[in-house]
Each structure stands twice: as structure tokens, then as C-alpha cells.
Ligand binder design. Structure first.
Ligand code: PLP
Length: 438
């Protein structure tokens, strides 16, 4: 079935997020000539797979020394089932200390099959009672929305973010939940270069949110896939690095710094859970136990690859991410320049942010942009933008789109934006009520 045919049978956005993602994949497949701003993939230009595969023997030697066995025996052990919590925990802890300023012991690190598994484990371990919910910004990353949907856990949207009253919104939402006899068990955040908005959580808000969540015993799930890709400005300390009360579980991934195929991520638990060391250890054990029945253990061959790269790189990814960082910065610059050129005269009706890092920019239009408009753009203008409402928890954000600039050439960005500008100008000349999904 084509994307167009599916659109007439698919349920509305909120009714099925999976159908929305399928729709987008199909649009891409149906219109291969269209320039897609939909996918936030890392660029493949800097994947050094041969070098990274060649790093596996380095880790095998290291592993052999750790265990006090012959290299041959270490190889055999790598190919076996392994420890559920992972085998490269101390290397990951050292890299997080170097690159993120996050101090943790190896036994606080749980190695997972990508950040996605860490999210699934944390949500299900934290929300065990019927009234337990997770708070999230609105819009938010579709990966956490999907996990919550599958586990039957409610995600409650916060209206908050750059320029708005974070702590006021948090307080009001938590109080309203309490009045209904429900508990906010966790708050999911992407403080650095948020997906989908591209925004950064200001330093003062970080301190305030940490304080409030510690007081209310709400676990913060801090997801940080894009932190290594800051283009400019002062780096802000992560919430986990500032956590003194045992409030934050840090979620990491090597999907963007190395490549998604490694499927290696981690959850870093605090040393205590709100001051209780035994509770933190029990949560770690609970997560490991759940993991043992889902993925048994994270592929040891892939851990060996990541471990070998970390050893080769002296436990820092700063050098390895230098070239991709430049690529993403240049793409951001080109995108912002093209938007200025294409829409400068339409400001402030059309406006956008200038992300200081990461892969995404958000743009606001003077009309709604939904599924039909994606199809129209793909079919008639050969460009695919991503409606922001696909990431909204409550059907809002109808006038916004997300533009992913990570995996395009600068020429494609320029051509794609000029095509999209034609669509916008024609729509403004001939407004038609096709933007909404009914
Ligand atoms: C916010 C966020 N978290 C996590 C991930 C990566 O997850 P994984 O490590 O499972 O590839 C992404 C990738 O798109 C993301 O945008």
C-alpha cells in the first residue's frame, strides 16, 4: 500500500503512533527523489567501521588481562552468553567522566542494547502501580512515547521549555496528579539539543528542576545522545553531574558518536536513590533482572568493539567526534542561512530557532502542517519535512515542523529548503484546509 492509500485508512496521529512512523517510512520509499528532513540519523560519512572492527582484538587483550586468562579463552568468552549488566562498564564510566564530567563507579553503569532498552527498563521498573505516570516535555522523543505506549504507562505532558516557566509547570502538574491520587514517578528530559525541538535547558532551570524532583522524589531520566555535538556556547553541566541527592538516572548511547548499529547504550544510576544506597542497588538489580529476560545480555561482540574504540581513543570521544561535529555545524549554518534567504521576508509569521548543537531545528508556520501536507510536499515539491504534531503528547504543535539536518549534504539542504519555500508561498497564496487530520 502506498503512503497516499494508507492515509485514507490510517487512524489519526494520537490513535496510533506506529502508523505515523510507518507512514513516514512509506512516504520516503514512495518518493525516493524527495529530499527528506524527516530522519535524525547520524551521517555515515564518518563511520570508520574497518578501524572500529580492528579495535576488537585490543579489547580482547584487555579483557584477557582483566580475567587473568589467555587471549584465546577471552575470545571464546566474548562469543558466549555474558554478564547481563555488561562487560565494558568501567570503560564507559571513564569516558563519561572525561567527556561529560559525570563521576560514577562501574557498578552504577548498566550496559544496554541502545538507549532504547535503557528507557524501556527504567520506565517499567519505576512505574509499577496503576496510578504511576511519567512526566515529559511536550513535544518529546517518539522513542519514549512508544515505550510508554507499549508498557501501558501514561506520559503526562509538561508545558515547558525555553523561555517558559519550567518549575511552575512542574509544580502544577505534580499537584494536579496528586489530587487525582496518581504519582509522578519519573521526569524524562533531553536537556542538551532536545529531540524534536533542538532547544537547550537553561542552567537555572536545571538547578530548579533537580531541587524540585529531589524534594518530590521524582526520578529524572536524563537522555543525552547529542551532548558531544555542541557547535558553540558554554557547555552546561548535565543534571546527573550536578545531582547530590540521588535523583538522576543518566541515559547514554554510542549511536550518534560511533554508529547506531553498535546498539550500545547505558543507564547510569545514582550512588543512592534519594539518599538511600540500598534502594539504588535494589533498582540496579531490578533493571538487570528485567534485562536478563528481554535481551539476556547486550551483544559482547559489540561491547568489545566499543570497548576497543574507547581504549584506542584514550577513553575520550572528543577527537573522534571532531569531524562529525564540524559537519553538523556546517549543516546547521547552511540550513539557517537558507531559511533566512527563503523566509526572511515572512518573519515573524514563519520563524525558527538556531540550535546550538545536535541534529534538529524547529520551525513555526502560519498554518497547520500535518500528514496530508507531508504527502503534498513529497509528491508535488519533492521535499519531506516532519510535522511536529507527530511528537506531541496531546495533538498540539500543529503549526510546527522539525527539520533534521544531520544526514544531508549542504546542496540537498539548499535545494530542499527552496522547494519547501515554494510549497509555503503557494499555500499562503491559496489557503486550503488540508493541514489537519480529522
Ligand atoms: C532523544 C533520543 N534518545 C535516544 C536515541 C538513540 O537511541 P539508541 O541508543 O537506542 O539508538 C535517540 C536517537 O534518535 C534520540 O533522539
Amino acid at each position: 500500500m502506498t503512503a497516499a492509500a494508507r492515509m485514507h485508512t490510517a487512524p489519526p496521529v494520537q490513535a496510533s503512533r506506529l502508523s505515523v512512523m510507518n507512514f513516514l517510512n512509506e512516504v520516503g520509499a514512495d518518493f525516493p527523489q524527495a529530499i527528506s528532513f524527516a530522519s535524525g540519523r547520524p551521517t555515515a560519512e564518518f563511520f570508520r567501521l574497518d578501524d572500529w572492527l580492528a579495535a576488537i582484538p585490543r579489547y580482547t587483550d584487555y579483557f584477557a588481562r582483566q580475567l587473568g586468562v589467555q587471549t584465546r579463552d577471552a575470545s571464546a568468552l566474548l562469543a558466549q552468553y555474558g554478564r547481563t549488566a555488561g562487560i565494558i562498564n568501567e570503560l564507559v564510566a571513564a569516558q563519561l567522566a572525561r567527556d561529560e564530567g559525570l563521576q560514577c563507579a562501574p557498578d552504577q553503569v548498566l550496559i544496554t542494547a541502545g538507549c532504547q532498552e535503557a528507557l524501556a527498563l527504567c520506565l517499567s521498573a519505576l512505574c509499577t502501580e496503576p496510578g504511576d505516570v511519567v512526566l515529559a516535555r511536550n513535544p518529546t522523543y517518539i522513542g519514549v512515547t512508544g515505550v510508554a505506549d507499549l508498557a501501558g504507562i501514561e506520559l503526562v505532558p509538561l508545558t515547558g521549555g525555553a523561555g517558559s516557566d519550567w518549575s511552575g509547570s512542574l509544580r502544577a502538574t505534580v499537584a494536579a496528579l496528586q489530587a487525582q491520587g496518581r504519582r509522578a514517578r519519573a521526569l524524562y528530559l533531553i536537556p542538551e539539543f532536545d529531540n524534536p525541538t533542538g532547544s537547550v535547558m537553561p542552567a537555572a532551570d536545571r538547578v530548579e528542576v533537580l531541587r524540585f524532583c529531589a524534594e518530590q522524589r521524582i526520578v529524572i531520566l536524563e537522555d543525552n545522545p547529542y551532548g558531544m555535538f555542541r557547535f558553540e556556547g558554554r557547555r552546561l553541566p548535565s543534571l546527573a553531574a550536578q545531582d547530590r541527592c540521588g535523583t538522576v538516572i543518566y541515559l547514554g548511547t554510542y549511536s550518534k558518536t560511533l554508529c547506531p548499529a553498535v546498539r550500545i547504550g547505558c543507564a547510569v544510576l545514582p550512588g543512592t536513590l534519594f539518599g538511600d544506597a540500598a534502594a539504588a542497588r535494589a533498582l540496579y538489580a531490578n533493571l538487570s533482572e528485567r534485562k536478563s529476560f528481554i535481551t539476556v545480555n547486550t551483544s559482547q561482540l559489540n561491547q568489545a568493539l566499543v570497548g576497543g574504540v574507547l581504549l584506542d581513543q584514550q577513553l575520550s570521544l572528543a577527537e573522534l567526534t571532531r569531524a562529525p561535529l564540524q559537519h553538523y555545524r556546517r549543516n546547521r549554518d547552511v540550513l539557517v542561512g537558507e531559511l533566512d534567504r527563503a523566509f526572511g521576508d515572512l518573519r515573524p509569521q514563519v520563524h525558527w530557532n538556531c540550535p546550538q548543537g545536535g541534529f534538529f531545528l524547529s520551525l513555526t508556520l502560519p498554518f497547520e502542517f500535518g500528514q496530508r501536507d507531508v504527502l503534498c510536499c513529497a509528491e508535488s515539491y519533492q521535499v519531506i519535512p516532519m510535522p511536529m504534531q507527530f511528537f506531541a503528547l496531546d495533538g498540539s504543535c500543529k503549526n510546527q515542523i522539525r527539520l533534521a539536518f544531520s544526514n544531508l549534504t549542504t546542496d540537498a539542504i539548499a535545494t530542499g529548503i527552496s522547494r519547501f519555500a515554494r510549497f509555503v508561498r503557494e499555500r499562503l497564496r491559496q489557503p486550503i484546509a488540508t493541514g489537519t487530520l480529522s
